[in-house]
Design a protein around this ligand. Sequence first.
Ligand code: ADP
Ligand code: MG
Length: 529
Amino acid sequence: MNNRDIFRELSFGLHFDMKRFEKDAKVLRGDKNNRPEENPESVEDEKDDMTIEDVKDASQLRKKHKIFIEGTDIPDLLSSFHELESEFKLPPSIVQVLTKSLKFNSPTPIQMQAITAMLHRRELLACAPTGSGKTIAFLIPAISHCLGKSVASACPKSKKTLKVLIVSPTRELADQIFKVAKQLVEVDSENSLLKIQILDKSTVKKFQTAGAAHANKYDILVSTPNRLVYLLNQQPALINLNTVEWLIIDESDKLFEANEKNSFREQLGTIYSACTSKYIRRAMFSATFAYDVQQWCHLNMDSVIQINIGGKNTAVKSVTQKLLFAGNERGKLMALREVVRQGFKPPALVFVQSKERAKQLFAELIYDGINVDVIHADRTPAQRENSVNATRIGKIWILICTELMGRGIDFKGINLVINYDFPTSAISYIHRIGRTGRAGRHGEAITFFTEDDKPLLRSIANVIKEAGCPIPDYMLGIKKMSKDERKKWGKSEVKRETIRTTPKDILEKNSKRKLQSKKGSGKKKKTAE
Ligand code: ADP
Ligand code: MG
């Protein structure tokens, strides 16, 4: 009986929408028939050694840490980082970084289960709250695999090839993962256990001059889908992914979204198809759960383990959440100024729905004498990086941002998130407010709303209630949106009045005057926006 048969047996009676996933399955399916079981005997041996007490202990431990699992033969939990050295033979320097430099006392729940699952080369769908340590959860097994420390691995060890590919939706997030990975493998200032690289502009150039085999210079590559697909789509392809043995997708539900402007899902298909090694294993990580991703994983992965930490699609409990009726656009600006006047512990993130509105809010706040900055897709990568860094070190008190910063980014010090514009879905809400209250710290989130936001109020109010924060009863009684309405809502932005407070006629006069002076001078002048 192979894994697929076993899965069929186990899932007897469950209905999978084969038609709906057929197209994706074709594009994304690896050649499963070709893939070897990785030393199944040794996994069996391990199982035989287990006593009923062991099983009881493990399940109690999982219960205690709210670790919910689905799958068969699930490896035990990692209860301390020291086990990485004693049991899994990882170099002591890695454990030292975790326990001494980063001062982590023990693994977080997602790290406890995902690390051992991946060390045993099991395919994974992992869902754990924002700020719960998913990055380390996939980096440790990725690094161990490159060092030849995976348990019962059938992969050939000697060759120097690209072994791990980590894909994340934004450059900022890729950069963050890259930095954490580098920190883990640095033995000292001169020696590194592995070669880890981010696919940035200069690395793309290297591929353009050196060709596809350049990938083998690295053990681990971190990238956004865009850059990878660009290289894959050149004739001939400028990157070779056929040696990759771990494909790790961070924020997997985002990357699975169809109908995005640049269709991440399609790009993901291209990347999957290029990872043709018979030893390929895939792991998906996200803070929010998506039915599509789950269905896909069950259909296309081998003996997949699903891990959920806490409840599905819930906001972190370490964030105090509030909804604030702001009346209208003027009211929002006043409410924001009031938050500043009353005093808050900077830095804060303020989310708006578009880059235009980000620029407008920035133009309003810059004259208030606050250290404010703005980050959106129109800013250059260098400007974006500077803004992120300045916020991290506390130079910026308020960082205005768009959905671009909604996912993954780990700012340790963010104490407050303000949803200036209402998020377009409960998922987006969970990710945005998850920028605070990270790694067990406390945070605060205030979400402004107006009449225009009423259709989605109920679902966000429910998320807040689930997290244990008080919510007025009437909000939970608002009529539910239908599935179609919700889809439509998620796709289009709510039309809002401008944030600008300069009266329209003055703006028009100014722009007319500008136009005339342009005509007069015949020169083109760039405005701030
Ligand atoms: P996620 O990807 O789940 O949103 P991150 O991986 O960005 O979360 O981690 C969030 C924060 O938690 C980071 O600042 C990280 O340094 C910290 N962290 C990770 N693992 C641990 C741990 N075992 N103990 C304490 N803090 C941790
Ligand atoms: Mg993350």
